[in-house]
Design a protein. Structure first.
Lengths: 451, 457
């Protein structure tokens, strides 16, 4: 399809979700974001359940029981690539697999039997999450009541995750997951605080949580709990002891940080560990927030050492990458911001940038970072992505699983910055890996064969 | 890996753990992608559509385009009529397909949406078709969804004019685009005029041409061909669970007689496909096909001592598992565990009948429908096998129990190049015999003592 005809294809209703040059604070109140997709569009967006599932999934020793027909459980079986250093219970798929008779007579008995069976057969069950999918509310299953009853009966947390797909979008799901996390840790309120942090919104994809934890170890700062990457029940409940929360994936976890601030009085800092600039700034800010001059000094020394190590490497690769153009399409606004900066450091200009769940503030920062003619999109569909990537002559797209085939079909290089990344892209190691990934795809000889 | 699986087998479980199936709508979406210029539409929450597209995209390594009704709280209370009306308008305005194939989801079914009457009332542009199939996720599996969507297409599009068109209809069942090409190639070699439905060749394995089109020209079964199914003289359909119900619909509604045969994997089942084609064309089998068959048999002879009595666990969708069980039996292997998640008890009887043909006693194997990979893992913990044959989800068991694995069926999420090649026909047989033999021999080489390690085998 030619770019011109595609342009016509952009729904009138979507015009306010696309910004080119006029700015995020235009006359009509700026970019329209954080709303639902339109019926009949080929949206890249997922649902409430999906949002809740991806946030909670990395909790390694939890039993994640999906209450609903089989699909919701089967599509989310071991999809996150979030690594574990302990249990691997979360890599199984548990479902009540509701059948027609359950729809008619209710599924709550089946769910109860499932929980009972699990408690009877498995020892050391520490934590159960029960996800209520689309039809659970519609058929009248009172999952909350059952969870309360089973928590008392077995004396372990059995936590309902209210995530019917239709009740909002993925962001709603993030909030539901955060509420579920709060339910787990609230009973441990009032613990004595110490100088240590929790890392929120990192899911230990390809071991990224481990990399970040190592940096803090280097600085002499204790990390109590990672939420939710490589976390376990035992670690989660210690989270109230922290004196600071740092938030990496703002889209999913700012809400959790807010709630933890309200309930436990833990202040939070938004951080990003993508790129040298953001990683360095984040580490120093954490030390400053803790009033730890020693740690700050260590961070400065450590980061300059790491940066120096990377400089000759980056200089070498910069000449392969300079002048190329990038398109970014990711979930959250914060990640998009870090990516724009990283591309800048490589000498790559970002010509198209979109997010699925970016907030207005994010789009304002994005606008300040990019060139005036860069296209900024909220909840883009493939037609829009394609139109603008072609129009702007993007050489590489950074996105998630659904964007990969699109990029390849257009003969554009691709880098997965989502669930399917197999190598860590966070921290200084991530700068190395990300540069290699971009180089590997952008400079592969296969593109020569594309007509 | 999978440390929680206990050895003690839990026969009647309340929970499904590590499923060997998924829900109906994805089957409907896959089926609809095999019609020319067709937009599959998911009438439910937007997550359903997203998940289905993702799993199809991950298997085929291709974009899978589909639209969604994007249900909200309002729609789930007041019904999804307005979502359908808006969606139909938007889909034709923006994407302009020839056909819009709507399938339902657990949500729209449970709230009682009558999609049939909604689309009856909706304004459809001239020359375009809007059709629907009911695919409640709480029934059957993705295989049933596929069959329901085939019937949906026929209900809305197929006509019987009374003038026979001299063609044979071919329903391939749930296969890969590489299989579509192979089945059509064989039909062509046999000199048959055919209508092949659905046809993913060129859609879910579209060649690289630097273009990104929603709909490709000359790919997929055309609307005209779907309409003309009713005038076919005969139907050859493959796989009971994907194609029997659509075949019965063809017979009942359009009086088209059918032969339902297994998906043609290996020698015997491919012979059967060719025989059915021959009954229709009344032509000699060309020497090219005879040679292919000869080459497959020759390969099986050459390699047979390395596979004889090797125990295999075969799991996946009922039709493809049946076909691979047959291939394993032809090779002299011992299918030990034969598993599907699809809830069809009669499948167990069909597998038993197949095992009987080869004189395998019931005590030597376990066959079970409506089960999951947790059960398979428990079986393996009690008595292991030499080979796993099935979807990518078995790789956890393969790793936990150190068993070599050959991927087949759906979904294969972790390997490349599989869907563009054939599984069926003699060519597919050659490919899979090679894969199985290579895998077993690689394992042999890895495990064998230095003094027994041979260059010539």
């Amino acid at each position: 399809m030619e770019a011109e005809s595609c342009n016509k294809n952009i729904l009138d209703a979507r015009k306010s979700s696309i910004v080119v040059t006029q700015g995020c604070n235009g006359p009509k109140g700026g970019i329209c974001c954080d709303s639902n997709s339109i019926s009949g569009s080929v949206s890249q967006r997922a649902c409430v359940y999906c949002g809740a599932r991806v946030v909670l999934n990395p909790i390694t020793d939890a039993y994640h029981i999906v209450h609903g027909p089989i699909g919701c459980s089967s599509y989310t079986w071991d999809i996150r690539g979030s690594l574990t250093s302990g249990e691997d219970i979360y890599r199984n798929s548990f479902s009540t697999d509701l059948q027609e008779t359950d729809i008619i007579f209710g599924g709550i008995r089946k769910l109860e039997a499932a929980v009972d069976e699990l408690m009877e057969k498995e020892e050391k069950v520490k934590l159960i999450f029960i996800y209520a999918t689309c039809i659970v509310g519609v058929i009248g299953d009172d999952v909350d009541a059952l969870c309360r009853m089973k928590s008392e009966q077995y004396n372990i947390p059995v936590i309902p995750v209210k995530s019917p797909g239709f009740s909002g979008n993925k962001s709603t799901g993030y909030r539901m997951a955060c509420d579920a996390i709060m339910k787990v840790i609230l009973p441990f309120k009032g613990k004595k605080k110490r100088k240590a942090i929790n890392i929120l919104g990192d899911f230990n994809l390809a071991g990224e949580m481990w990399i970040i934890k190592n940096y803090f170890k280097e600085m002499g700062i204790d990390v109590i709990s990672g939420l939710t990457g490589d976390s376990s029940y035992g670690q989660m409940i210690k989270a109230p002891e922290a004196s600071l929360n740092i938030v990496q994936c703002a889209g999913s976890s700012t809400y959790l940080a807010n709630r933890m601030e309200e309930e436990f009085g833990i202040p939070f800092l938004k951080v990003s560990f993508f790129g040298i600039e953001d990683t360095t700034a984040s580490l120093i800010r954490v030390a400053e927030a803790l009033n730890d001059e020693e740690a700050r000094k260590k961070a400065v020394a450590f980061c300059s050492k790491k940066e120096a190590e990377l400089n000759s490497f980056l200089a070498k690769y910069r000449k392969h990458l300079e002048g190329k153009k990038a398109a970014i399409y990711v979930g959250g606004g914060f990640k998009a911001i870090s990516l724009i900066r990283q591309f800048k450091a490589m000498g790559i200009e970002t010509v198209v940038v979109g997010t699925q769940t970016g907030k207005k503030e994010d789009y304002e920062i994005i606008e300040s970072l990019v060139e005036p003619d860069t296209v900024i999109l909220d909840d883009a569909n493939p037609a829009e992505l394609e139109t603008f990537m072609r129009e702007k002559g993007a050489d590489i797209l950074v996105g998630g699983v659904k964007e990969r085939p699109l990029a390849y079909k257009l003969g554009i290089a691709f880098c997965d910055h989502n669930h399917e990344r197999k190598i860590p892209l966070a921290g200084f190691e991530g700068v190395y890996n990300f540069t290699m990934e971009i180089n590997k795809s952008i400079n592969s000889p296969v593109w020569e064969f594309v007509s | 890996m999978l440390e929680l699986t206990p050895k003690e087998i839990m026969e009647k479980r309340k929970m499904t753990i590590n499923p060997c199936k998924t829900c109906e709508p994805v089957g409907a979406m896959f089926c609809a992608l095999g019609a020319e210029k067709c937009m599959p539409h998911s009438h439910g929450s937007q997550g359903c559509c997203s998940y289905h597209r993702t799993v199809l995209s991950r298997h085929f390594k291709e974009p899978a385009i589909a639209s969604s009704s994007s249900f909200t709280e309002g729609a789930s209370v007041f019904g999804g009529r307005s979502n359908i009306t808006t969606a139909v308008k938007n889909v034709f305005d923006i994407y302009n397909p020839d056909i819009m194939a709507i399938h339902t989801t657990c949500l729209s079914e449970t709230i009682g949406d009558d999609v049939g009457s909604y689309i009856f009332d909706v304004e459809v542009p001239e020359g375009k078709t809007v059709l629907y199939a009911s695919t409640p996720s709480y029934e059957g599996s993705h295989i049933q969804g596929y069959a329901n969507m085939m019937i949906g297409f026929m209900k809305y599009m197929t006509k019987k004019t009374g003038v026979p068109n001299g063609k044979v209809a071919i329903f391939p069942g749930w296969v890969n685009p590489g299989d579509d090409r192979e089945l059509k190639r064989i039909a062509g070699l046999m000199g048959a005029e055919y209508i092949y439905f659905p046809d993913h060749d060129g859609i879910l394995d579209h060649p690289m041409d630097g273009k990104n089109e929603y709909f490709h020209s000359n790919a997929g079964t055309s609307g005209a061909d779907i309409a003309a199914l009713g005038d076919c003289e005969k139907l050859i359909s493959m796989g009971i669970y994907c194609s029997l119900e659509p075949s019965e619909h063809m017979k009942k509604e359009y009086k088209v007689p059918f032969s339902n045969i297994p998906v043609p994997v290996g020698v015997k089942l491919t012979d059967q496909y060719i025989l059915e084609l021959q009954k229709f064309t009344k032509k000699e089998v060309p020497s090219a096909l005879e040679d292919e068959r000869g080459r497959l048999v020759d390969l099986m002879l050459d390699a047979h001592q390395y596979v004889y009595k090797k125990k295999a666990a075969i799991y996946g969708d009922p039709d493809i598992v049946y076909a691979f069980t047959s291939l394993c039996l032809e090779l002299g292997m011992s299918p030990k565990y034969i598993i599907t998640g699809t809830p069809k008890e009669r499948w167990e009887k069909e597998i038993k009948a197949l095992m009987d043909q080869y004189g395998v006693d019931e005590s030597e194997y376990v066959v079970k429908a409506d089960t999951d990979l947790f059960y398979l893992h428990q079986l393996i913990k009690n008595e292991t096998v030499d080979l796993l044959l099935g979807s990518s989800y078995g790789k956890q068991i393969a790793k936990a129990e150190d068993i070599p694995m050959v991927r087949m069926g759906f979904p294969v999420l972790d390997r490349y190049g599989n869907p563009i090649q054939a599984t069926v026909g003699y060519a597919g047989g050659i490919r899979y015999v090679e894969k199985i033999v290579d895998t077993l021999m690689d394992r042999l080489d890895r495990d064998v003592a230095d003094e027994d390690f041979e260059v010539v085998m």
